[in-house]
Write a protein that binds this ligand. Structure first.
Ligand SMILES: *[C@@H]1O[C@H](CO)[C@@H](O)[C@H](O)[C@H]1NC(C)=O
Ligand SMILES: [Ca+2]
Length: 157
């Protein structure tokens, strides 16, 4: 355990793999799990998709966890409302996931998911064309007793 840890509970997002619906500029999905909450886009710590219909960002925790909290840091220098209506969906596959409370515009917000089980944490903006910007996504949880599904579940249709 690092002594410079900001949070009491380890941030399990740091060890995961990330992918998003598309790439805006150089704002790669890994920036949302770089351990840095800097929220000015110029600080190069935010992920951004293109102006996609239903943009999404997905974290693969590599095994199933019971997830306690998801803390999202929104962009701070502009455009805070773009995250309105975003959903946090947790589950073990792309088609089988459940909703944790919806993010709303603001700086850093914690959503309590109360032990929802899942290998994947999806952040999706349904129903409109939007840029999805995430300056940091932090996740706390414990490994579940269940076995993770195998195979590459990254392919969206
Ligand atoms: C979850 O978030 C709540 C509210 O911010 C906090 O009190 C609690 O310590 C957090 N728990 C974990 C496991 O991160
Ligand atoms: Ca970041």
């Amino acid at each position: 355990a690092g002594s410079s840890q900001t949070f009491v509970y380890p941030n399990i997002a740091r060890g995961g793999n990330v992918i998003q619906s598309s790439l805006y500029g150089n704002e790669v999905p890994e920036r949302a799990i770089d351990g840095n909450r800097a929220s000015n886009l110029g600080q190069r710590s935010c992920s951004v998709t293109n102006n996609d219909l239903k943009p999404w960002w997905r974290l693969d925790l590599l095994k199933i966890y019971q997830i306690n909290n998801v803390t999202i840091t929104n962009r701070g220098d502009c455009c805070a409302g773009r995250i309105n209506g975003a959903e946090i969906r947790i589950g073990n596959s792309l088609n089988d996931n459940d909703l944790c409370p919806n993010p709303t515009a603001g700086t850093s917000q914690t959503f309590v998911c109360n032990g929802m089980e899942g290998r994947y944490v999806n952040i999706v903006i349904p129903g409109r064309r939007e840029y999805l910007t995430l300056c940091e996504v932090e996740v706390t949880g414990q490994p579940s007793g269940n076995t993770a599904p195998t195979g590459d579940l990254y392919h969206l249709t």
